[in-house]
Design a protein around this ligand. Structure first.
Ligand SMILES: Nc1ncnc2c1ncn2[C@@H]1O[C@H](COP(=O)(O)OP(=O)(O)OP(=O)(O)O)[C@@H](O)[C@H]1O
Ligand SMILES: [Mg+2]
Length: 212
């Protein structure tokens, strides 16, 4: 069977990482070869970029520099991991992809960058290639951030650069993802403020309907 590229998107703490793990287990039981990956940081070079992007002061570089660093990560990720896996017929599930860049850099920052600039970067970096399916987990940012903070306390991760932004940023982000979802058929928006098990069942139903 041909490879598939599935991306998960949504604000902080909406449950992407949790749901991706459950989906991978489900697919593996169906004998699908699954590759789990993430942006930023899906490759060794990406890990270096992730450190720059996810730790430290939220204003340590401007929105243009930030977008370029995300696209550098994406370029390496596509070349070194995503495309080779898809070419082997594997299913690649990515924890965030280009829609996050549009949501954070354009909507979150209240249009500090233009959509055109971000779309041009996409075209230059990824080309005329899109995920087969993008699942957007939608949640009130207050609920998501609470989950994220609780998780970071447990794991001692200091990836708090984005969490530290103000409420308005996260509300813009949520609206942004919902706007983006209207632009193509590959998007499915699910309410993430339900139990882990319920959400997993809904995701499985989407996958079965759309990709099998
Ligand atoms: N449906 C849910 N209900 C309650 N808690 C949840 C749910 N889904 C995930 N969680 C918990 O919330 C925290 C954040 O979940 P997770 O790490 O999966 O989110 P994420 O979208 O990957 O966040 P980030 O964007 O920060 O990486 C975890 O501690 C997880 O166990
Ligand atoms: Mg996560």
């Amino acid at each position: 069977m041909a490879g598939r590229f599935i991306t998960f998107e949504g604000g902080e703490g909406c449950g992407k990482t949790t749901q991706i793990k459950l989906l991978a287990e489900y697919l593996q039981k169906k004998n699908v070869d699954v590759v789990l990956t993430k942006e930023p940081g899906g490759t060794p070079i990406g890990q270096e970029l992730r450190k720059m992007l996810c730790t430290g002061d939220k204003d340590k570089f401007d929105a243009v520099a930030e977008a370029l660093l995300y696209y550098a990560d994406r370029r390496v990720h596509m070349q070194q991991k995503v495309l080779p896996a898809l070419n082997k017929g594997e299913w690649v599930i990515s924890d965030r992809f280009a829609d996050s860049t549009m949501a954070y850099q354009y909507y979150g920052y209240n249009k500090r960058l233009s959509k055109e600039m971000l779309n041009n970067l996409y075209e230059m970096t990824v080309g005329n290639f899109y995920p087969d399916l993008t699942i957007i987990l939608d949640i009130d940012p207050k609920v998501g951030l609470q989950r994220s903070i609780a998780r970071n306390n447990q794991t001692q991760a200091n990836e708090t650069r984005h969490e530290s932004r103000e409420t308005e940023f996260h509300e813009n982000l949520r609206r942004g993802f919902l706007e983006i979802a209207k632009t193509a058929d590959r998007y499915v928006v699910l309410n993430a403020d339900v139990s882990i098990e319920d959400l997993h069942k809904q995701i499985v139903a989407v996958i079965e309907k759309r990709l099998f």
